[in-house]
Design a protein around this ligand. Sequence first.
Ligand code: PEP
Ligand code: MN
Length: 337
Amino acid sequence: MIIVMRTDGEARDADAVKDKILDLGLEVCEAIGVNYHIIGMIGDTSSVDAESFKLMEGVEKVIHVQEPYKRVSRLFHPENSVISVNGLSIGGEKLAIIAGPCSVESKSQITEVAIEVKKAGAGFLRGGAFKPRTSPYSFQGLKEEGLEYLKYAKEVTKLPIVVELMSVDKLELYEADVDIIQIGARNMQNFDLLKAVGQTRKPVLLKRGLSATIEEFLTAAEYILAGGNENVILCERGIRTFETYTRNTLDISAVPVIKKLSHLPVIVDPSHASGIWWMVEPLAMAAVAVGADGLMIEVHNDPKNALCDGNQSVTPENFKRLMDRVREIARIHNRKL
Ligand code: PEP
Ligand code: MN
């Protein structure tokens, strides 16, 4: 439930509303802007009498919120959230371009790719160290050694690093070494993991589950915000459909839908969405055209011999071309790369 306060009201009116909410054993979520003053009520509001709030001094209206997510909802936070990462912003005018290999394979591989993507204009370096693989016989990542190589590549390029966290027991290590903690599609509803990253203040990149609805996706993000961590970036990475030509189907409409429903930044991963390297550029352009706040692109210096996701990885040369084309689309939206 949301209480919309009159903007010309007295501070004591808002205080009275907040006290009443707290007295009911519920939590308060407040947003104040130039033209709005919203007091959200979080918790089980099923037995709350909306009429009793409507009669209070300074209250303009009371809105019932049907959705299971609250803190993630734009109703509770009308302005776009901008997440800051090591002095950079995600969700602002500049698009966040996260690029790098699916997995860290060696110190020279990750460093070489990092230098190349930085040259082409990427703002963040990605690389998997602990990999969620469908088959237990596939390459599982270099684990701690991979993290060390990522840190080295970061030292060389100064690019903040984005790395997937698979289990709670590595959280402390990630808090120390990683700039953005990625929660992969397969773990979107790993509620223990979501609660754990909710307790940190590290930015979290949450990827949409393979078969998750937008509501399930936003409700998963709610777990992180409910823990107190508001630094969440959402990532549309394709969903399971009947189509088999592509690895997944990029749900391009998820971008405007999520921008409407939520204040959180949304980026698109056309690499996992398509699974095909030559589709990455057109899908990246489409993503920016529909208002995505950034992109996550898999780039490999030798895709044919990649240990993971070579088929969907673009070469540094193709990444540079992609950036040039995406820059043109961004310009139309008054956004920068
Ligand atoms: C990845 O980013 O390497 C990855 C495994 O992605 P997803 O969780 O979207 O499949
Ligand atoms: Mn991958």
